[in-house]
Write a protein that binds this ligand. Structure first.
Ligand SMILES: *Cc1c(COP(=O)(O)O)cnc(C)c1O
Length: 398
């Protein structure tokens, strides 16, 4: 693709190969060169536009849903969702296979909501039959919390299977689709859930500053009085916004303006499907090139998300992640440390204003950086491959 819209770092800044904040287009940055009054009709119209455009991404099933934007980073909105939709006497089943699942559990600790944690370790996916079993053994559980793409390893969790198990048992699903929404379809007509959250600075390619919840209207209605936080009360934010067209407290006006521009560009590109296809192509070019250099991915192909990829660090004695990072940065690419507990790894994001040409340059930069370090083989240690064998034993994603 030689799309000349994809020329983000004209300003000489490095590409952010990170899962948000990420590299945004020049036009998204440019949309922030104006001040808006939060009370003014112009800004109210922008808030309305933003909500409608986000709802439209849900497709046919959108009429049962409403959109509530909320100030803060993604974690704030996850906290708002959990505190608003899980009643004080409710109980959650948290499905964790990485940092974000664990963070959801930690959030429930703060909120004082009861929960059971299914912790699958660094990356192994929670599966439908496990959910079925836990729910059948514990009738007190009211809600299941799932992470769509677990960004800490890059795995795409089997959300449809999890949803089916949840609703077959008569419980409700809440989804953290922070790093996938806008690039991977999550249509309520295909996959049932009560609410999903994401934020401005991930696959829609805006800048950081707010998140949003897309939730069933009857759940929003029922959320009244559940939250023990003033600023994170989704029912209150929703009711106020519907009544006045305004955010309850100072909105991130410039971030909203940039986000609307990002949504226009998302639509012009062809929506969720086209955005996802570009990212998948980024991933394929990156993974093929890195494997050619001798790097190995944590996950087998069928589990690799088009969002971010985990690579094992080479075993070679001259490899040092900090030096590798600095060399990559000098060549124009910011990569991301890994989050595995057993073996050393690093991550490369596929999202943001980048196409396959950029990904080819990333591979060239990695190759040059290895040479400069005197690393003659990118092969990982044996322990890494043993780690991977655990997942290979799992059935293919349905
Ligand atoms: C980015 C992300 C979050 C939110 O992180 P913030 O740093 O608060 O923006 C939550 N869940 C997942 C899966 C994410 O990728």
């Amino acid at each position: 693709m030689s799309d000349n819209r994809l020329k983000a770092p004209q300003l000489g800044e490095p590409y952010l190969l990170t899962p948000g904040p990420l590299t945004t287009s020049f036009t998204v940055k440019e949309a922030m060169l104006r001040d808006w009054g939060s009370w003014d009709d112009d800004f109210r119209a922008m808030t309305r536009d933003l909500r409608e455009r986000l709802l439209a991404l849900l497709g046919e099933g959108k009429d049962a849903f409403d959109c509530v934007p909320l100030q803060g980073s993604g974690t704030f909105v996850v906290e708002a969702m959990l505190g608003s939709f899980i009643p004080k006497d409710g109980k959650a089943l948290v499905l964790a296979n990485g940092a974000y699942g664990k963070r959801a559990a930690q959030t429930l600790d703060y909120l004082g909501r009861d929960y059971t944690l299914l912790d699958k370790g660094d990356y192994l996916p929670p599966r439908g039959p496990e959910v079925t079993q836990i729910l059948s053994e514990d009738p007190a559980i009211t809600h299941v919390i799932a992470i769509h793409c677990e960004t800490s390893s890059g795995i795409l969790n089997p959300i449809k299977e999890i949803s089916e198990a949840t609703y077959a048992a008569g419980r409700k699903l809440l989804v953290d689709s922070m790093s996938a929404f806008g690039a991977i379809e999550l249509k309520p007509e295909d996959i049932r859930y009560e609410a999903v959250v994401s934020s401005a600075n991930k696959c829609i390619e805006g800048v950081p500053g707010f998140g949003f919840v897309l939730a069933r209207k009857d759940e929003l209605e029922a959320a009244k009085g559940n939250s023990n936080s003033l600023s994170l009360d989704l029912h209150a934010q929703w009711a106020h916004m519907n009544k006045t067209g305004q955010w309850r407290f100072t909105p991130p006006t410039h971030v909203v303006a940039a986000f609307i521009q990002a949504l226009k560009e998302h639509r012009a590109e062809g929506g969720v499907r086209a955005r996802g296809a570009r990212y998948a192509n980024n991933r394929d070019v990156l993974v093929a090139g890195m494997r050619e250099l001798g790097f190995e991915t944590l996950l087998d192909n069928q589990w690799l998300s088009p969002i971010i990829v985990t690579f094992f660090c080479p075993e070679h004695e001259n490899f040092d992640f900090t030096q590798f990072y600095d060399l990559m940065k000098k060549k124009g690419f910011i990569i991301y440390p890994g989050k595995l507990t057993v073996v050393d790894s690093f991550r490369v994001g596929c999202i943001g204003q980048m196409d396959e040409h950029v990904m080819r340059d990333v591979v060239v930069a990695a190759s040059e950086s290895l040479s400069e370090l005197g690393v003659t083989s990118a092969a990982p240690p044996a322990a890494a491959l043993k780690e991977r064998a655990a997942l290979a034993a799992w059935p293919v994603q349905p």
